[in-house]
Design a protein around this ligand. Structure first.
Ligand code: KIV
Ligand code: ZN
Length: 518
């Protein structure tokens, strides 16, 4: 990517890489494709689609996103290791515009304890690996992992070496979320002033939120001269997460008087993106989350409501419709046909493939038969559940549960495993336990249940239940979600979804944290 014009900030979304790396947030290929498509549509400049060396699944996801993407640059992450760089280059080869993003740690603490390398050895690694990447592709980003805990003199030498070797973007991450805004801004100012070839690259911010400062730090870095912001939808990411894309985009738009920058992201997609990422990662969005939380535009207190009725600007700095919040509407009833359902999906921002559409429509009819009023939220929960199911190799087909005071409760379950149907019965200490035991009988596993949570999608006793399940197996964590008017069916789906994700996670042979260079 050529250097950004002076007031244009490039939005680099890493939901599918740094976000997906957070424990429990694994996504299937189908889910990643959905997220990437939406990011591309909403105007994100660069999509970091994954870490291709990590597993065949990660490689496949990056290659497929690269092949499909229409507008965005597609980046693949690589450690400072020759095999990683070749694999990332191969994964983004079919993109209209691809990028290799390679990184190495530069801080004394990482050099000494993680890598066991000297400063000069790391400088040599930077020159060699950036040059290798640049031989494969014109667009190369280099990141100094733990930049904010690296002495500025050594960081300057690393940046100069990376640019000289061909890096076109230089990212200086606050990997451990330690910086405060003023020092992060000064780091960019000093590096840009001290490094002789700094005008040959775009500088990038990448902030983690351990102290709740990720967005503030990112904006401070931009004030210091950075013109690329790395962020994730809902701030998804390891530990406390990354800077939230929606907060960055809306801060820049709302306070353009003192943040005089422009981004290409269309904010009307922000709510939709937040819901999709929450659904596929199974990470709920906190109610009071800025921009996309359920309460972000709710005015409860009398004095606020009074002001709002007189003039919305008394208490509202952004309009809900600007970020894609729609008034809740009653959708359709059981007489609504395929056409009306398709129109509704378009209005809600979904574009389902044929199989997923047929299945979603069948479930909508079933839901309309069972539930008096079907709302947008019902359709969203159902469709997102269906998107998840479409990407899974093991699925719930049928469930009958015998519950009540008599005990022991019994579940009879049929599952589809790669096209083969298997049925088993199991008893348990309650209907949920019986259901999970039946799953275990069909799909034996060692995973333990860490969280089981039920939420109602809308109000009323006929509401759909949205169930979240978190499983842990040998330190690997995966979360699954399921939705249905029957809480036990939703529970079974959520559990099986988490198992599918655990299977993806255990195929991963390399973690970004193993940042040891060759
Ligand atoms: O936080 C970090 O340092 C990273 C790098 C891989 C860019 O995610
Ligand atoms: Zn990171």
């Amino acid at each position: 990517m050529s250097a950004a014009s002076n007031d244009q900030v490039v939005i680099f979304d890493t939901t599918l890489r740094d976000g997906e790396q957070s424990p429990g947030a694994s996504m299937t290929l189908e889910e990643k494709l959905q997220v990437a498509e939406l990011l591309d549509t909403m105007g994100v400049d660069i999509i970091e689609a994954g870490f291709p060396i990590a597993s065949n699944g990660d490689f496949e996801a990056v290659s497929e996103i690269a092949r499909r993407s229409k507008n965005a640059v597609i980046a693949g992450l690589a450690r400072a290791i020759s095999a990683d760089i070749d694999r990332a280059g191969e994964a983004v080869r079919n993109a209209e515009r691809g990028r290799i993003h390679t990184f190495v740690s530069t801080s004394p603490i990482h050099l000494q304890h993680q890598m066991n390398k000297t400063e000069d050895e790391v400088l040599e690694i930077i020159q060699r690996t950036v040059a290798q990447a640049r031989n494969l592709i014109d667009d190369v980003e280099w990141s100094a992992m733990d930049a904010t805990r690296t002495p500025i003199e050594y960081l300057s030498r690393c940046v100069e070496a990376a640019i000289a070797a061909g890096a076109t973007t230089i990212n200086l991450p606050d990997t451990v979320g330690y910086a405060v805004p003023q020092e992060y801004r000064e780091m960019f100012e000093q590096i840009r002033a001290n490094v002789p070839n700094s005008d040959k690259a775009v500088f990038s911010v990448h902030c983690h939120n351990d102290l709740g400062l990720a967005v503030a730090n990112s904006l401070a870095g931009v004030a210091g001269g950075a013109r690329q912001i790395e962020c994730t939808i809902n701030g998804l990411g390891e530990r406390a997460g990354n800077a939230a894309l929606e907060e960055i985009v809306m801060a820049v738009r709302t306070r353009n008087d003192i943040l005089p920058y422009a981004s290409k992201v269309d904010p009307v997609y922000l709510t939709r993106a937040s819901k999709l990422v929450s659904a596929v990662s199974s990470f709920p969005v906190q109610y009071n989350k800025a921009i996309v939380g359920k309460n972000a535009f709710a005015h409860e207190s009398g004095i606020h409501q009074d002001g709002m009725l007189k003039n919305a600007e008394t208490y509202e700095i952004m309009r809900p419709e600007d970020v894609g919040v729609r008034a809740t509407s009653l959708v359709m009833g059981k007489h609504s046909g395929r056409h009306a359902f398709k129109d509704k999906l378009v209005e809600l921002g979904y574009d389902l493939g044929d199989n997923a559409f047929q299945e979603a429509f069948r479930r909508f009819k079933e839901l309309a038969d069972r539930k008096k009023n079907v709302y947008d939220e019902d359709i969203e929960a159902l469709v997102e559940d269906e998107i998840t199911i479409q990407g899974e190799t093991v699925k719930v087909i049928a469930l009958t549960v015998i519950a009540g005071t008599g005990g022991p409760q019994k579940a009879i379950l049929t599952m589809d495993i790669d096209g083969r149907h298997e049925t088993r019965e199991a008893t348990g200490d309650g209907p949920v336990d019986a259901t999970f035991n039946a799953i275990k009988a069909i799909w034996p596993h060692e995973a333990t249940l860490q969280l089981y949570q039920v939420n109602a999608v809308t109000e009323g006793t006929d509401a759909q239940a949205e169930v979240s399940v978190r499983l842990e197996d040998s330190g690997k964590i995966a979360t699954g979600k399921g939705a249905d008017t029957d809480t036990l069916v939703a529970s079974a789906r959520a559990y099986v979804s988490a198992l599918n994700k655990l299977a993806i996670r255990s195929q991963r042979i390399v973690n970004v944290d193993d940042a040891i260079a060759s």
